[in-house]
Design a protein around this ligand. Structure first.
Ligand SMILES: [Zn+2]
Length: 303
């Protein structure tokens, strides 16, 4: 009994991010106030990621990736202690942690496939890369486009020339290379990041392009031929991260779909309010989060 309590205690100490995150979720779903301040979660995150322990401008996408990494690492630490022989046979994934897969990598990880073609000798190479976020370029010089346009740009066939030429193992020389990218494994949860912050010439700037999106997204045009016939490339939008403001000074808000009430809510610091479906689409969208399966009731005791 004591040893069980000790183990639980040491897990609580070592898996602080997971424990704190679960507590935050419980407070959000079961709490009586209309909003809650994630003070403890912020403090735990800042203790492992001191770069966020200040009031300077931060990137929501970076923070989300750091948070998911921290959760993945924590869950792996717990798994390593639970099993005496940690699995060594798992291939490294893009969560740079010890151990293998967790619920975090299971949900958020997808895989891209690249095919390169030497323009001189037609030699082909194939490679894959895991990802958690797809950072999509925006078409330049237009004010309005669709999320499909951004995805088409991302998956567009490119030809690497000049300094970007790749070394061809058959030619033994750097050659002009065609690169084809496609989706080899669509993730359960798809996170799309719009690359609004970039450079125009020497000037850094924020692109204010109005990217139109709908509540459903079909990724089948971008699937590799090996997975094309499977019908699991259709996604439901469940959250949007908005960035309001400029490059160096802005404010983030989140729009989240509540699967229980089937309504959208806007989270703006301590102000949480229900919003009409029609207000989800806006030129402020910075990240779009889609799920392959519609969310059900969260598995929280007491809900
Ligand atoms: Zn070649």
């Amino acid at each position: 009994m004591f040893s069980q309590q000790f183990q639980l205690g040491s897990c609580r100490l070592k898996c602080r991010v997971v424990v704190t995150f679960v507590r935050l979720l419980e407070e959000m779903w079961l709490g009586r106030s209309s909003s809650c301040a994630p003070v403890e979660a912020r403090s735990v995150l800042c203790s492992i990621l001191p770069q966020f322990n200040n009031y300077s401008q931060q990137d929501a996408q970076e923070l989300l990736l750091f948070l998911l990494n921290a959760l993945h690492d924590d869950l792996n630490k717990h798994k390593m202690r639970s099993s005496k022989r940690p699995r060594q046979d798992q291939k490294r994934n893009c969560f740079p942690a010890v151990g293998g897969s967790t619920i975090v990598s299971h949900l958020f990880e997808g895989q891209l496939a690249y095919m390169t073609l030497c323009m001189h000798c037609d030699h082909q190479t194939h490679s894959t890369q895991t990802f958690t976020v797809l950072s999509l370029p925006l078409p330049t010089d237009i004010n309005k486009c669709s999320i499909q346009d951004c995805l088409s740009l991302f998956f567009e066939q490119t030809v690497l020339t000049g300094g970007e030429q790749m070394l061809c193992s058959m030619c033994g020389l750097r050659r002009e290379t065609t690169v084809l990218t496609c989706l080899d494994k669509p993730p359960e949860i798809l996170m799309l990041h719009l690359k609004r912050f970039g450079c125009k010439g020497k000037n850094q700037m924020k692109l204010k392009t109005n990217v139109e999106f709908s509540s459903m997204l079909d990724l089948s045009p971008f699937l590799s031929s090996s997975v094309q016939n499977n019908s699991f490339s259709s996604y439901h939008l469940y959250a949007v991260v908005n960035h309001i403001g400029h490059l160096n000074m802005g404010h983030y808000t989140a729009l989240c779909h509540n699967a229980l009430t089937r309504t959208w809510h806007c989270f703006d610091d301590s102000a949480v309010r229900e919003v009409q479906d029609s207000l989800v689409q806006s030129p402020n969208a910075y990240m779009l989060l889609y799920s392959r399966k519609p969310f059900q009731k969260p598995n929280i005791h007491g809900l």
